[in-house]
Design a protein around this ligand. Sequence first.
Ligand code: NAD
Ligand code: LMR
Length: 336
Amino acid sequence: SFLKVEKEPLRVLITGAAGQIGYALAPMVARGVMLGPDQPIILHLLDIQPAAEVLNAVKMELIDAAFPLLQGVIATTDVVEACMGVNIAIMVGGFPRKEGMERKDVMSKNVEIYKAQASALEKHAVENCKVLVVANPANTNALILKEFAPSIPEKNITCLTRLDHNRALAQISERLDVPVGDVKNVIIWGNHSSTQYPDVNHATVTTGSGEKSVRQLVADDQWLNNEFITTVQQRGAAIIKARKLSSALSAASAACDHVHDWVLGTPKGTWVSMGVYSDGSYGIQPGLIYSFPVTCEKGEWSIVKGLKIEEFSRKKMDATAKELMDEKSFAYSCLK
Ligand code: NAD
Ligand code: LMR
């Protein structure tokens, strides 16, 4: 009766692990925040040669933290060694946006990296490896990764918009002065950029007398249709301005939420936002990685279907799709 069946360890790759997000993310994963408190982990940490010493220091600290779930740490600058046998790949590595830089400026630097790493993942990760791209431009990097890793199922390649989703929940929670855990079913549509559309039309708050619509509770369409949307869209830029660095702890936490819900499932009646390969739902053309509302079960996400979309939302959903099409052509033009 004291027999304890240990789960097999899962290998989690973090690229860019010597960076800001990596420093916040690696200990979260090693503590079980991402894959659960009973899931042993082997961390694969990748960075580039100039960061090798810092990367090794991260490994030293992870060992010093004596995380009970952490069964091994591989810190390497060799992309093949990094990808070998990984079950989950969190792609954080790349060149971050600095104050004053447009996303376009970082694009050309990053698409080349994602093309190269796509091949390594395809060859060396486990067959059903789940991939989360965090590095910007996240949707387009994920698309490049998908296109250059044709043997990885397209359902397995996603990008992070959960940070935007969480930011939207937090704005509503602050406005209504309710616990953030009682707010649910906001949606982030489209690109992880300032054209994203944070949509509250289906969002609810759990109250003592049941579920109430966010729109009714806020009772201020002017705020919801303007300031709320721009605050969420511009939050990344606001953090960069204040911190002189892009968001890191909230990005790491959102990456954990994304993979956690993908692998372990979303609660009944709750959806989350994930950047996934479009199947044409809601008139969004296939061939883009676009953020949709999804539910997850048994390690598979599905887009929430049949939500009513009115004119205001339609325009904003199309505008962010248009930006993604432009990014896609620009990315391909960088790849020559
Ligand atoms: P950072 O500069 O602190 O870390 C990036 C790391 O990547 C560095 O250590 C760098 O050496 C490494 N790197 C560069 N090229 C690499 C390569 N080819 N292979 C492996 N590693 C490589 O940046 P950060 O603050 O940790 O941010 C990482 C990325 O995440 C940036 O692109 C940033 O814009 C993005 N980001 C995304 C979200 C989101 O919600 N999707 C939120 C915040 C930040
Ligand atoms: C964020 O959302 O915090 C970052 O993606 C901002 C950025 O552009 O790096």
